[in-house]
Ligand binder design. Structure first.
Ligand code: ADP
Ligand code: MG
Length: 452
C-alpha cells in the first residue's frame, strides 16, 4: 500500500488543501521524495514528465520554509521558462496557506516584482536571468535562502543557463538544502550534483527514456505542401493539440494557415511578450484555442490537462527533443497521440530518433486516428490566493502558520522534531534562525571553495 500524504509527514492543513484540489494520494515520485526532503536531505530526482514533481518538491518547502524578511526569500525554485515558473507558483499557492509564493521572470516589468520582494517572499520561483538582474539591482538577496530547488536541470543546461545557476547557488546559504529534478542525470547535471549537492539521495522513477510507451506514436510521410492540411485534420479529430515548429516565424505562419482552415490556433514562443504568452496558454487551457503552435522553448514544463495530441510539424533536433516535445501528451497515466510529419529527406533522421527511443513502427502515409477522438476537458479549478492575505499584519503571520502544523506527530520520523521545533510556537522572529536543525545534526557546512 502506498503511504498517504499524512503518513509521509505532510502537515494536516496541507493534506486538506491537497484534498480540496482533488489530490488524495501521493504519486510515486512524491512518495519517494517527500519524506527525505522534509528531513532536510539533498535530493537528486528523475521522473517522467507529468509524474507530479512540482508537488514532490513543493510540499516539503511549504511544510518547512522559514519566514522571509523583505527582499530575502527563504526558499528559491529555479525554473528554465517563464511559463513553468508561473505554473509552479500557482500550483504551490493553491496549497500554501499564509506562506507567500511569488514568481519573477523576464519579459515583464520590474516594478511589481520589486514590490513583492520588498514585502517579503517566503518561496521565490525564478528564471535565472531575471533573478540575476534583480540581485544586481539589490531588489533581492539570497543570503538567507536555505532551501533551493532546481527544476528541469537538464533543460537549464540545454538553454545555457547553468553558469547563471551556479552563480546564483554561490550566493545562497552554504548550508542550504539543494533539491534537483531533471529528466536526465548525466553530463552537466551530474557536474552540478557533484559541485553543489551534499550527499544527495537519488530517486529515480520510471524508465530513463520516459513517456515513450504511454503514447501512440505515428510517423507519417508527407509532402511539404500537405503538412498544413494533415495537421488541421489531426487537430480536428484528436482535440487539444500542441504542434511543434522549429522557428518563431514558422509557428506564427502555421497558426495563421490553420486559422484559415477553421482551426482555432495560436502561436506561443519567446518572441511574444509575456502577457501575450500567458493569455495564449490560458486560452488553450480553457479550450478556447484548439491548437497551440509552439517552438521548443515551450516544450518543457508546461502542463496542460488533457493534451490529446502532439504533432512534430518540423522534426525535433534529436531524440531528446522528441521526448521533451512528446511528453506534453500522455501525462499522468493518460493516453495520447504523437504524430511526426516526415518529409522527403528527413527519413534518415526520423529513423535515428526512432532507434534511440526503441520506437520501431514503420513510417507510413497518413493513416486513420479514429481511436483518438477528442477527450472532454476536465475543468481545471482556479486557485485564488487566500483572501485577505495581503491585508495580514506582519505579526499575524506566525499564528497563521501554526495552522500548517501536523496535529499529531508522524511516527518513525525522529529527525522531524527539530524541524517542527523551528516551526512551532510561532517563535520564529523576523530574524534569521540559527540554521536548520538537521544541518546542526548531520550536515557539515561546506566551504565556498568546495562548492565551486
Ligand atoms: P511534472 O513536473 O513531473 O512534469 P507536474 O508536477 O506538472 O508534473 O504534475 C502533473 C499534473 O499532475 C498536475 O496537473 C498536478 O496537479 C497533478 N498531480 C500531481 N500530483 C498529483 C497526485 N498525487 N494526484 C493527482 N494529481 C496530481
Ligand atoms: Mg515539472
Amino acid at each position: 500500500m502506498p503511504p498517504t500524504f499524512a503518513q509521509l509527514g505532510v502537515p494536516e492543513s496541507i493534506c486538506r488543501a491537497l484534498e480540496r484540489n482533488g489530490i488524495h494520494k501521493p504519486f510515486e515520485i512524491q512518495a519517494a521524495v517527500i519524506a527525505d526532503a522534509m528531513d532536510g536531505r539533498d535530493i537528486c530526482g528523475r521522473a517522467p514528465t507529468g509524474s507530479g514533481k512540482t508537488l514532490a518538491f513543493g510540499i516539503p518547502l511549504i511544510a518547512d520554509v522559514g519566514q522571509a524578511r523583505p527582499r530575502r526569500p527563504r526558499a528559491l525554485i529555479l525554473s528554465p521558462t517563464r511559463e513553468l515558473a508561473d505554473q509552479i507558483a500557482s500550483e504551490l499557492r493553491s496549497i500554501s496557506g499564509p506562506i507567500t509564493v511569488e514568481a519573477v521572470y523576464g519579459g515583464v516589468g520590474y516594478t511589481n516584482q520589486r514590490k513583492q520582494l520588498q514585502k517579503g517572499v517566503d518561496i521565490l520561483v525564478a528564471c535565472p536571468g531575471r533573478l540575476e538582474d534583480l540581485i544586481n539591482q539589490r531588489a533581492v538577496s539570497l543570503h538567507e535562502t536555505d532551501q533551493v530547488v532546481i527544476d528541469e536541470a537538464d533543460r537549464m543546461a540545454d538553454m545555457g543557463f547553468l553558469p547563471a545557476v551556479r552563480r546564483i547557488l554561490d550566493q545562497t546559504n552554504s548550508e542550504r538544502q539543494t533539491v534537483m529534478f531533471s529528466a536526465t542525470l548525466d553530463n552537466d547535471v551530474a557536474k552540478l550534483t557533484r559541485d553543489y549537492q551534499h550527499r544527495p539521495v537519488t530517486h529515480e522513477v520510471g524508465d530513463a527514456t520516459p513517456d515513450v510507451r504511454s503514447a501512440d506514436h505515428r510517423f507519417w510521410t508527407v509532402e511539404k505542401t500537405e503538412r498544413v492540411d494533415v495537421c488541421a485534420n489531426v487537430i480536428s479529430t484528436a482535440g487539444p493539440t500542441i504542434v511543434f515548429c522549429r522557428t518563431r516565424h514558422g509557428s506564427d505562419r502555421l497558426a495563421r494557415q490553420l486559422s484559415q482552415r477553421g482551426v482555432n490556433a495560436a502561436a506561443i514562443h519567446g518572441g511574444h511578450a509575456q502577457n501575450r504568452r500567458t493569455r495564449t496558454l490560458r486560452e488553450f487551457t480553457d479550450g478556447r484555442v484548439e491548437a497551440l503552435i509552439a517552438t521548443d522553448v515551450a516544450a518543457r514544463g508546461i502542463h496542460v490537462d488533457s493534451v490529446a495530441c502532439v504533432i512534430h510539424f518540423d522534426p525535433p533536433e534529436d531524440h531528446k527533443a522528441y521526448l521533451h516535445r512528446s511528453g506534453r501528451t500522455a501525462r499522468a497515466g493518460q493516453t495520447g497521440l504523437v504524430v511526426s510529419l516526415v518529409q522527403n529527406g528527413q527519413h534518415a533522421d526520423a529513423k535515428k530518433v526512432q532507434q534511440r527511443l526503441g520506437l520501431l513502427q514503420p513510417i507510413t502515409s497518413p493513416d486513420s486516428i479514429d481511436g483518438h477522438t477528442a477527450p472532454s476537458r476536465p475543468h481545471r479549478p482556479h486557485h485564488p490566493r487566500p483572501e485577505g492575505r495581503d491585508k495580514q499584519k506582519p505579526n499575524s503571520k506566525p499564528q497563521g502558520r501554526d495552522k500548517q502544523k501536523p496535529n499529531s506527530k508522524p511516527k518513525g520520523r525522529g529527525n522531524q522534531s527539530g524541524r517542527q521545533g523551528q516551526n512551532r510556537n510561532g517563535q520564529r522572529s523576523n530574524h534569521r534562525p540559527q540554521g536548520r536543525p538537521q544541518q546542526q545534526k548531520g550536515r557539515k557546512p561546506r566551504s565556498r571553495a568546495s562548492s565551486r
